[in-house]
Design a protein around this ligand. Structure first.
Ligand code: WQD
Length: 338
């Protein structure tokens, strides 16, 4: 009765594995460490006292993944594994398509081969493209993605939609994340981007810890209350619990379900900087710069469907996330590197 977590040593994956273990799920992780490190497993043990079974395998590796299905009694899959850098995807679209879509197709093939019916898929609000209104609902238009990364998430959603149509006994949950931030309260696991962070919060924490000189605020002429971009920042611990809620939902409702995982509240760049400074009593110097290509003015969720149908909603707020992100960064100034 094992839950297979692909990409389980990544940022969201590791937080979800901790939650699964603390709820006594039997967890098997498959990860190739393309964007994570073996140290994460030690941290998961420190937090939970448990060691999930682990296979260092690329999900695209059909034979390698088949051995996992042969050895383990997998009943559910949570599929995090995938490349996720928007910027990199514009430079290496072929890699993103082959990796993200190829791994998903390989996983689905083996799920059928071993009669595994339940899958929770890590999708993204980026599938909504450039929204013409907010908050975004699950039945709003999708498409018009501004980058290959977002296109791969959209394409995998379509693949899962057709899977559900062709296989009436498949139980599929698509979770559209908004902007994950924060870290486990222990400060033992957190976001550890490689190189210069693309995302806002890890950049803020690297400025705060002295690794970066200042934050570049990309644009102050957006149609928002303070001119800076507005997003829906959701604590990664809430995001993790949303996956356990989805697993439970799959047990009660066959077919395909789609949920936004967000807070339903928009926060601007400067709001987040100010919240971080206040929560941690730290100055974060910043410079206003030009807009980043592809950014939108506002993007935040209508999260009511997840609450109505799964009883799930975000419990932690921006201040909690700012505190927990800093707690992770100040205790791990080099991330998982020693
Ligand atoms: C947030 C805001 C920037 C960095 C991306 C992906 C999305 C999802 C979450 C995977 C924007 C501003 C940022 C910086 C800044 N990832 N910013 N200075 O772009 O909303 O979403 O990450 O699923 O798919 O698109 O997140 O954190 O990059 O940007 O001013 O150094 O912060 O302009 O307004 P984004 P982000």
């Amino acid at each position: 009765m094992a839950v297979l977590v692909t990409g389980g040593t990544g940022y969201i994956g590791s937080h979800t594995v901790v939650d699964l273990l603390e709820h006594n799920y039997d967890v098997v992780i498959v990860d190739n460490y393309v964007n994570s490190k073996p140290e994460v497993l030690n941290r998961i043990f420190k937090i939970t006292g448990k060691k999930p079974r682990f296979y260092e395998i690329d999900v695209c590796n059909e034979q390698g993944l088949r051995t996992v299905f042969e050895k383990e009694k997998i009943t559910d899959v949570i599929h995090f594994a995938g490349l996720k850098s928007v910027g990199e995807s514009t430079q290496k679209p072929g890699l993103y398509y082959s990796n993200n879509i190829g791994s998903s197709l390989t996983l689905l093939k083996l799920m059928h081969e071993f009669n595994v019916k339940n899958i929770v898929f890590s999708s993204s609000a980026t599938v909504y493209g450039v929204p013409d209104h907010v908050p975004l609902k699950e039945d709003d238009n999708i498409g018009g993605c501004t980058n290959p990364y977002g296109e791969t998430k959209l394409d995998i959603e379509y693949i899962l939609k057709y899977e559900a149509e062709q296989h009436k006994d498949m139980n599929i949950a698509i979770l559209r994340y908004f902007n994950p931030i924060g870290a486990h309260k222990s400060g033992l696991i957190g976001e550890d981007p490689q190189g210069i962070p693309n995302n806002l919060m890890p950049y803020i924490t690297q400025v705060a810890v002295g690794k970066r000189d200042h934050l570049n605020v990309f644009g102050s002429d957006y149609k928002t209350h303070d001119g800076t971009g507005v997003r829906d920042y959701i604590h990664v611990v809430d995001l993790a619990s949303g996956h356990l809620a989805a697993l439970r939902k799959l047990e009660e409702k066959p077919g395909l379900v789609i949920y936004n995982l967000g807070t339903g509240t928009g926060t601007s760049v400067l709001d987040l900087v100010n919240a971080f400074e206040k929560a941690n009593n730290i100055k974060v110097p910043y410079v206003i710069c030009d807009r980043r290509p592809g950014d939108v003015d506002e993007n935040y969720a209508d999260a009511t469907k997840a609450f109505k149908e799964m009883g799930w909603k975000a419990k932690l707020n921006i201040v909690d996330a700012c505190r927990d992100s800093w707690n992770w960064q100040k205790n791990n100034p080099k991330g998982y590197d020693k």
